[in-house]
Design a protein around this ligand. Sequence first.
Ligand code: PMP
Length: 437
Amino acid sequence: MIKNLLEFGTRHLVRGISRKSDLVVDKACGVWIWTVDGRKYMDLTTGIGVTSTGHNHPKVVKAVQAQAANLIHAQVNIVLHKPMLDLVTRLIPVMPSRELDSFFFTNSGAEAVENSIKLARTATKKQNIIVFTGSYHGRTIGTMALTTSNTIYKAGFGPLMTGVHVAPYPYCIKCPVHRSSPKTYSSTNCCSDPITQLQLLLKQQTAPQETAAVIVEPILGEGGYVAPPADFLGELRKICTKNNILLIADEVQCGFGRTGKMFAVEHYNVVPDILVMAKGIASGFPLSAIATRKELADTQTPGSMGGTYAGNAVSCAAASATLDVFKEEKILENHLNKIRSAQIFGLLKTTITPLFQSTTISLDIRGLGLMVGIEFQNAPPGFAAAITTEALEKHDLILLTTSIYETLRIIPPLNITKEEVEDGMQRLEKAVKSVVE
Ligand code: PMP
């Protein structure tokens, strides 16, 4: 049966998708996925950071069922609906600042990013946008222009949105000091120091009076799971405030508890002007949002924002249920994330690092919370992908690579158990062992 389904899917779905596996999935629960032929896999991707409460969390399922029975669709350009208002009530207290209390809901991360740019341009009456190297902001015509993590995402699709300037993210392949989070930016003296480069950009390429916003991933996602030096975001905040440029934090991947705090900017005590969220927000239902200050939101002309499915009622109910699960399972309050994160980092150091002792490959194990990256420096091309293939085929473990460098990423559910972490790390160890040997 699986062969027929695979052939059917391959024939009728566009090849531009480039799937990472040939699995045909039937059902899922928590950290587990079952294919149509009954094989059970451990999923350490959470569908790229989406099912953060685990696949099909019963509370989310129940809320979605109840919402679907009551109201599925209410169009935001026609009416207000209760599930959206309920969600806003829950979101306001968990935002990094009480000032970020004006929301606009959309369906995908890219759509939310696009709307953050629209807002920034109209609010500032300026046009240019600064992005960072290694960033991923989406695949639409607008967001492709902002995406710099890999040429494949935009090659051939131009002309794209203009007015985009690229500054270096603090992730210099040659400079080890840029690669680990606890170091401060000011303690580096690397030639490509990103704050100096940004200041040069504002002098040489896009003047502050032409620059509407700087958009940044507080933790680089598709670019390699890199936490910036501790004072990088603070420096950015200062430059933006000084030059009347809006700071947009794209927390599509690193937000919603992924790093151990509700939003990654909280680790750095930075409040952006616009915060973009998606993925983990609704446990798998399509929902994204921007949050901003009222005075910025009020610069918008009524009718300039909207969307047929924007802030769908069932998706909003799923998001409220997700926040309820966060509370009930004390995912952040209990530092559950921190404990599991420490467990993963600990196991990686004791089981995976030693496997490379007699090789020329060195490991950079990094990230924040349950956003864990392992870069295999000096490894041959395809090394990280070979590990994901081995893990999938021999150890029933679903993993992802990230970035243009040889990097694995681990993105488990935030409520993964201690035993599941042990199980997953044992599978990973076996997979790495057979690729190294
Ligand atoms: N921003 C970031 C930081 C992302 O990681 C992604 C998705 N990987 C997006 C935006 C785009 O989100 P979507 O795929 O939902 O459009």
